[in-house]
Design a protein around this ligand. Sequence first.
Ligand code: AMP
Ligand code: GLY
Length: 427
Amino acid sequence: MKKKILIIGSGGREHAISWKLKQSPRVGKLFIAPGNYGTSQIGENESLDITNHKEIINFCKSEKIDLVVVTPDDPLAAGLVNDLKKARIRAFGPTREAAQIEASKVYAKKLMQRAGVPTARFKSFSDFKKALVFLKTQKFPCVLKASGLALGKGVTIAKNILEAQKVLEEVMVKKVFGAAGRSVVIEEYLEGAEISIHAFCDGKSTVLFPSSQDHKQIHEGDNGPNTGGMGTIAPVPWVSAKLLREIKTTIVEPILATLKKEGREFKGILYPGLMITKDGPKVLEFNARFGDPETQSYMRLLKSDLYEIFESCIDGTLEKTKISWRKNSACCIVLASNGYPASSTKGIPITGLDKLNRSQKIVVFHAGTKLVSDKLVTNGGRVLGVAAVGATLNQALRAAYGAIKKIHFAGMQYRRDIGRRKLSFPT
Ligand code: AMP
Ligand code: GLY
């Protein structure tokens, strides 16, 4: 019997996961809640309230869902996987307890200390006055982080004490991030090159993906405010097999072992954001899920059956599962709507997708898209992700940028310098 799967989420990442799962001979019908136009072309979108666990459980029971893939941070932090498991529904993703590694930066930093994992020096505070006193002793730039989930906006690199004081007040007193700012981490600024690492985890063992790199700022040259991510490449040309092994043994494995020892066995995707400094890799943050738009590049490279890998993570059989990747390079360039990341324009017609060659090289993953009166329109900040593969990174980039020339919507913004960073890592 082919498996029925429910995927939770609505981004480009969820489109990419649906696209890849659909290629598995073991997968039948896919449901995506709430999904986007792209996912509706692969499976059936369901307008479920993903904060209502009962509603999801009832849907799974009535549709006889075999597996739920929980991808976004909020439902993981809210314990959707715990509740599905309690209802005897198989789910891919960490429990609430394990997902705390992303949902609380204070928890993650203290966990790293216990596990002996390299990270920026820090102190955490839940008292504004004490935080302020500490801040005055710091060198600048210095990094301030709201502890909780803040839509990727909770981190500030403060250039001087005045800026730092202002941010601290906004987070802890004015509570611009609500409860996410109840406690803060103040940490040392790390210099180096940033990369994303993803690891499949089954609670006992782990398998790392190839390395990848996101480009978080909205403007070229890494300028302007941070976004959810404007484009990715994978693998990162200068990340060696030796560096990946070091990351596995000094960061991923000790964290998983400590989580397990402390009764928070981690099953799912562990995604550390790292700074490769002159003293080696150091953790900036942990995510407990697939990255977006890292996943769009990764799904273009993964050769193995994603459904089988999900099963092995849940069953603790990852060690016996062969995971192979294409030897190619991949990239994903995000096309965002006017105003993003501060705001987004919705309902703007998107044209040109039909002009793309149906070659193997390009897949366009949808994020904020919707069909209105038979017309494809924008429906969010990040609208599309053009994902390409090539024998080299340059070939992948050329293919992606070539395709983008044919796509249009008013106010479309994208970075023309994805994968063009000169820097490798400081020596
Ligand atoms: P985070 O959400 O913790 O990954 O932080 C968001 C972004 O802020 C990261 O992707 C980095 O570019 C930057 N960042 C975070 N922590 C540091 C740090 N200690 N030193 C330098 N940059 C940082
Ligand atoms: N690529 C950034 C994120 O998924 O958090």
